[in-house]
Ligand binder design. Structure first.
Ligand SMILES: Cc1ncc(COP(=O)(O)O)c(C=O)c1O
Length: 400
């Protein structure tokens, strides 16, 4: 009989990909499904990188590159980080891979030995705990609460640290909450981390250019604690800010020893990221500041109209997001009520009814480690979002 490894047996399918598949199945049956599960921009890849991709094919830039990315792209990333965060990196301190997801995965593979702990705050990006487990690590999850705006407090961080802690992985602005750490909050976390030199900090900055207060970039731990540079990995990529999800380009900046190990791991796992996508990402980094400013403006408008629509739904509570493109909606008020005789006890119950009966796909908070909430993506048109909220209103009105 075909025997899979222990690792394969423990593997969980990405819950968001499962939801996307279910929504597609309902749509294939002819239902008008609105999906708010997506973690990707609804606008196309900007013109300049798209044309650079075509140019790469036409010019024959279609062969293997260095496993950790071309020197041109790594230098451009270093320049971008210098201008955004004010930190100097050499090209040797940067690695490029097939997506930021693989970058986070690789960083965890390179820092964890069996049984090592990695601290995460819940709600978290759905992939983090499984990635830690695949690195033979143990996710040490800190429950964050609404009063703290779902952020890890210094006291909670301190209490979670043990002799086995090897990593601290966080994302700001956050997927799923859209909330971000302020410079003061990061400074306070850094003060705790400074006392524990064995901890590598993985700062997932995927959404740090999509912020709504008019800043160019979200506050970063390295801006307030540059002394932690030698054990911090700053992760970013083309997917969100440049709408290049399908091109699969992510990168990390960090200490040379770790970055070299990550590059070596990549060289044995995927080999170099796509040469075509790297050429496109280089053009994006060099030329797309105005495009980012424009989409941030569009997202800021959607955030306003989306919040207004959500506020009109009885029992929904939503904290205005600082960045990214997600609303994190408190639906506790509807727990204990029933729809068609089915009692809602969990966020999954609520989201299942919303999808099965009202054809709106959302992510139940429990998939992100926190019960009583749901995540809605507003990387959809205003009109689509409003139609979705009208269906949510119908569901809420039908609850007994
Ligand atoms: C928090 C976070 N980190 C990393 C990624 C990975 O992005 P990619 O692998 O497309 O570069 C995502 C994408 O959804 C994300 O939401």
């Amino acid at each position: 009989m075909l025997q899979l490894s222990k690792r394969a047996q423990n593997l969980k399918t990405s819950p968001t990909l499962f939801l996307v598949a279910k929504a597609k199945e309902l749509a294939a049956q002819g239902h008008d499904v609105i999906s708010l599960t997506v973690g990707e921009p609804d606008w196309p890849t900007f013109k300049i990188p798209s044309e650079a991709g075509i140019e790469a094919i036409q010019k024959g830039i279609t062969k293997y590159t260095a496993a950790n990315g071309t020197i041109e792209l790594r230098k451009a990333i270093a320049g971008k980080i210098k201008s955004e965060l004010g930190i100097d990196y050499s090209a040797k301190e940067i690695t490029v891979a097939s997506g930021a997801k693989f970058i986070v995965f690789t960083a965890l593979q390179m820092i964890c030995s069996p049984g090592d702990e990695v601290i995460l705050g819940a709600p978290y990006w759905v992939s983090y705990p499984t990635m830690v487990e695949l690195a033979d690590g143990v996710p040490r999850v800190i429950e964050c609460n609404e009063q703290d705006h779902f952020k890890i407090t210094p006291a909670k961080l301190e209490a979670a640290i043990t002799a086995k802690t090897r990593g601290f992985l966080f994302c700001s602005p956050s997927n799923p909450t859209g909330l971000q750490y302020s410079a003061e909050e990061l400074k306070a976390l850094a003060a705790v981390l400074r006392k524990h030199p064995q901890i590598v900090i993985i700062s997932d900055d995927m959404y740090n250019r999509l912020v709504f207060d008019g800043s160019r970039v979200a506050p970063h731990i390295l801006q307030v604690a540059p002394d932690l540079r030698d054990r911090t990995v700053a992760v970013n990529g083309g997917s969100k800010a440049y709408s290049m999800t399908g091109w699969r380009i992510g990168w990390a900046a960090g200490p040379e020893k770790l970055i070299t190990a990550m590059g070596d791991y990549q060289s044995q796992a995927t080999g170099s990221p796509s040469s075509i996508s790297q050429h496109a990402a280089l053009a994006a980094i060099q030329n797309c500041e105005p495009d980012i400013a424009q989409v941030t403006k569009i997202l800021t408008g959607r955030r306003e109209s989306g919040l207004k629509a959500l506020q009109s739904i009885p029992g929904f509570k939503t904290a205005p997001p600082d960045g990214a493109f997600y609303f994190w909606v408190d639906i506790h008020a509807h727990f204990g009520k029933s729809f068609d005789g089915k009692v809602i006890r969990t966020s999954k119950d609520f989201c299942d009814i919303l999808l099965d009966k009202f054809y709106v796909a959302t992510v139940p908070g429990i998939e992100c480690g926190t019960e009583g909430f749901m995540r809605l993506s507003f990387a959809v048109s205003d009109e689509t979002f409003i139609r979705a909220t009208e269906r949510m209103k119908e569901l809420v009105a039908a609850l007994k």
